[in-house]
Structures are given as structure tokens and as C-alpha cells.
Design a binder for this molecule. Sequence first.
Ligand SMILES: Cc1cc2nc3c(=O)[nH]c(=O)nc-3n(C[C@H](O)[C@H](O)[C@H](O)COP(=O)(O)OP(=O)(O)OC[C@H]3O[C@@H](n4cnc5c(N)ncnc54)[C@H](O)[C@@H]3O)c2cc1C
Length: 592
Amino acid sequence: MAPKRKATSPVRPSPSKKTKPESNGEPKFDHSRITEKSGIVQRQFYPPEMSNERCQQYNNNEIPRPIEVLEKTIKGTKVDREKIQVGESVVHWYKRDLRTFDNRGLRLASEKAKSKNVPLICMFIVSPQDYEAHFTSPARVDFDLRTLEVLKSDLQEKNIPLYVATIDKRKDVPGHILEVCEKWGAKHIFCNIEYEVDELRRETKLMKQCLEKGIDFHPVHDDVVVPPGNLASGAGKQYSVYSPWLKAWIKHLHEHPNMLDAAEPPHDNPDNAKTKYKDIFEKSIPTAPPSKAIKDAEYKQRLSSIWPAGEHEAQTRLERFTKEKIKNYASSRNLPAANSTSLISVHLSAGTLAARTAVRAARDTNSSRKLDAGSAGHGTWISEIAWRDFYKHVLANWPYICMFKPFKYEYSDIEWEYNDEHFQRWCDGKTGFPIVDAAMRQCLYMGYIHNRCRMIVASFLAKDLLLDWRLGEKHFMEHLIDGDFASNNGGWGFSASTGVDPQPYFRIFNPLLQSEKFDKDGEYIRKWVPELAGIEGNAIHDPYGRGKGKEAEKAGYPKPIVDHKTARARALERYKGGLGRSTANVGGGVHN
Ligand SMILES: Cc1cc2nc3c(=O)[nH]c(=O)nc-3n(C[C@H](O)[C@H](O)[C@H](O)COP(=O)(O)OP(=O)(O)OC[C@H]3O[C@@H](n4cnc5c(N)ncnc54)[C@H](O)[C@@H]3O)c2cc1C
């Protein structure tokens, strides 16, 4: 077992205060050593973990948020950009919006091209370093590349070429975009906005670089149903609590029903596009970069069959769900064995489906046009899609969550365990807690975990094992096919009590009670933990306690790695202690 590394006071000092002692005379602990060593902060791409003081500056509006900088640049350059005449072609840069239907940026690009009867060219950049910096899972890269095949063929039917290039260094991506657009004589580039910090900053820079070259770079809101910044609390600030935010979200959509209207697919290109861009049409979709390639052929095959790619599959899943399952969603969504959820998260995450399309489909199959009326199933499902929007709004307003800091940054002071063996056992699904192990094995097998079980395993990691929740957040991104920074960070923050609108820290899931309540008959456990398949009755939830352990031991199932009661007491003490040490205010934003 690796030696434990304990963070005694993990606030990273700002450079000027590096050696300033704490009041008890001990030097401040350099937290960045641990976050770097455990791979939480990747120094290849990022500076050390941000200080609490700097987070506070964001909250005091002393540093502009990247979304504000981008929006200011969009506004400030509008007049000059509007003067730019359409060139020989118009470009849509695909990112996490891999579809032709209901895609705002794509439709605007298509209309611009149609206005002067010039061709639309679509583009996607495979950026291995972006995948590495964002911990994108090989499963997801594989899904995106399979989707690009579908997209290429759909666009081809409309005579629209899809240019796909692998650019090894992320810093070279903007330069490459400029280079090819100049080659194609394009004066307009459209794209949909991503709300992560790296992307917002890149787009701001690119907008200025484009303008210097006489090109109008045009990012638009599309990924969320309601763009961030549209919903302010009574105090005029971003909500940090979901329920009042949801009310405001629903009200906004009722007042602006056109926000749910679909964007039409792109127009067909003129006939000559086929010959003019023959080289692009003939180029094949690249393979995954070596750092993200799936080496296990069986796993790759399995992912293709569980998660068929592309927007047609997304539409089929959505239709099937809204026809057959949504009615019972409210009562069954928490039961992992019930197969009662939509399984569309990968499509929303990769953009093969717009969140808007999903909400519209639910509204149009409900007995009421109101998003919070009609069947409970419809309303509940819409409110789950809304969680996705909520977390993106949070990301835009509190950008430091993207910089390895918890929303409640004062929780950086919790003294986590860094126990490598425990972390590995959690990753492998060998903790001796059947419901936890079932979920972690589901993750490894299919790149997906049911939502209830995501909460159970996240709580288990942060509270029972008292491991730094960011290790779990990273593991999820590296393995989930639906990995999405905002939702993943939000889910982890909720479970570890360090995030926006979280579980209070003293609410600690008891894995046994969760198991009994949500997997009553042990069906989910038996499916994913075959060693326990033969265990009958409610011993399935606790084979070494109730089941006396003989059978489990014979089958090679491990004993529990911690005692829940003891672990709970330790977690309570450490959370309290962490908060006691903190000098920052509790909460980063407005708590409504
Ligand atoms: C620790 C943790 C990590 C998570 N990581 C991710 C992630 O990386 N990517 C991701 O898409 N979701 C994440 N979620 C949210 C949720 O677990 C998944 O979206 C859901 O399980 C996907 O299954 P589904 O498509 O069948 O969902 P359904 O129950 O059918 O819900 C429909 C859609 O609503 C959205 N949604 C549902 N629940 C949530 C939620 N709690 N937060 C945000 N959006 C939600 C998703 O887009 C989902 O596809 C995480 C949750 C937790 C607790």
C-alpha cells in the first residue's frame, strides 16, 4: 500500500506569500504538489491549482469572466464584422454539436452561404492535446469519430464537404483554422459556443485574429436551452440554488416559447461544390490519436453496439423514450435495474442531439404545453435536462470550477486521504460494497453509470474513503462516454458537498441503505458483480455481514475496505475541521 499523503493545510499560497507561516507557526502546505502528483492538475497544460484568494476575486467581480470577455468582444467587433462581405465560401466549425438538425450555428452559416449562393464547408478539428487536457475518455473519442462518419455522409447528400484534420498541438488549432479558411476564400466562420474556460478564451482570441484578416468569426449560443446570463435572481446575480433557478428557467421559456423552435437543417450546396472540394469529400475520417486509441478490440466493438453513433440514433432513442418510457420516468428513474431512463446523455454531450430538441419532444408528447404541468414523468424529465443547463450556467458564472477549484473553494481546506490502494479498489469495483462495485464495473464495461449509482459511488469516494473528489471526477471523465465537464463537476460537487447547491456535508449516503432502497432485489448488483450472482435474499447487499461471507469469500469477492460507521465519523470530523481552518467566506455566490 502506498504511503498516505496528508494535506495539513492545502491552501496554495499566492507567490508573494509563499513562505508566510500560519498563525500556529507552521508553513502553509503547498497543495499544488499533491494535485500535480495525483494528476489532478496537469502542469503540461495548466498553471498550479488556483488560490482561494483568486476565486474570491472572481466572485467580487474583480476579474472578468471568460464568457463576459467573449461577449464583450462579440459586441465590440459587431460593426466591423458586419461590414465583411461574403467570400467564396462560408465555414461552420463543428465542435460539440455533431448534427445537421436543430443546430443554430450551422443554420446561420448555411443561410449566410445561401444569401450569395456560395458553398458551405463544414470543419472539425481533432485536437489530441485538448482531449488530454480535458481527460476525454477513449470511449468518447471513439464515439465522436464514429459520429463524424455519419455526419460526413449526411452532409455529402447535401453536397456539403466535411473537412476533418488532426492538429497535434492545441496552440496550432486557431492558426490552422485561419489557414484553411483563407485557402477556401471564406470570410465567415460560424460555431456554437462551448462554456469551458479554455474554449471561451480561444474563441475570444480567434475572433480578434480573424478580424485582422478580414474574417467574421461568429460564435452563437446553442448548446443550452437558455443561454447563461438570461436568468438572474432578484439581486440580479446568477442563481446558485437549483429550485429557484428552475422556476426562472421555466418562466423564461414560457415567455419566450420560440427559444424551443427547431433550427432547420442546412440548405443543399450548389452542384459545383462536389468537384470544387473533391479532395475534402474524398478524405477519410482520421483514426483516434494514439493517446486516446482503444487498444482492446472487443471493448471497441462493444461500445459500437451499445452506443451506435450519430444523430439518427439520437432521434430514435428520443422518440422511443418519449413514446414508451417517459410516462413512468418520475417513479422509476432512481432504479438502476429498471432501464427506465432515456440513455441520451452521450448524444447531448457530443451534440448529436440538442437539449432544445429533447425538451421540445417532451413538451409535444405531454398533455400540457406547459413545461411544469401535465404528466409527472414529462415534467420530471424536463427538469433533469434543465440540470444540464443549470450546471453550464454555473460554469459560465464561476469559471474557477474549471480550474481545479471547488465551487465552495473554502472546501479546498479539507484534509483528504490520498490512499492509492483505496482509489484503485474503487476504480476497479473491488471495495467490498456490492452497490458501489456494481456501478464501477458498469462504468468500465460500458462507459456509463446510472445516475443514482453515480451519486452513490461519488459519495462513497469523497466521504467513506475521504479521497479527494477530484480524483473521482477525473476518473469519470477518463471513462464515461457521456463525460461532460459541467454536469460531471456539478454531480461530484453535489455528492462531495463541495459544489453548487450540494448535499449538506453531514448528509452521508449509507451504501447499504441506498442499495436496499434502490436495488431492492439485488438485480443490478447480480448483473454487474457476477461473483455475487448466487447469493440469495437481502444478503446480496451485505454479503459479509448478513451473508456471513462464506459464499462471497469462496467466489473471491473482497471484504469491505472500510467500516461505514467509522468512515462516516471520520468524514464529519474532517469536513468540519476543513471548514474551521478556512479563512474564506462560505459559498461563492448568491444563495437564494
Ligand atoms: C457524480 C456524477 C457525475 C456525472 N457526470 C455526468 C457527465 O459527465 N455527463 C453527463 O451527461 N451527466 C453526468 N451526470 C448526470 C447524470 O448522471 C447523467 O446525465 C445521466 O445518468 C444520464 O443518463 P440518461 O441519459 O439516461 O438520463 P435521463 O435520466 O434520461 O435524463 C435525461 C438527460 O438529462 C440530463 N441529466 C439528467 N440528470 C442530470 C444531472 N444530475 N446533472 C446534469 N444533467 C442531468 C442528462 O443530459 C440526461 O441525458 C453525473 C451525475 C453525477 C452524480
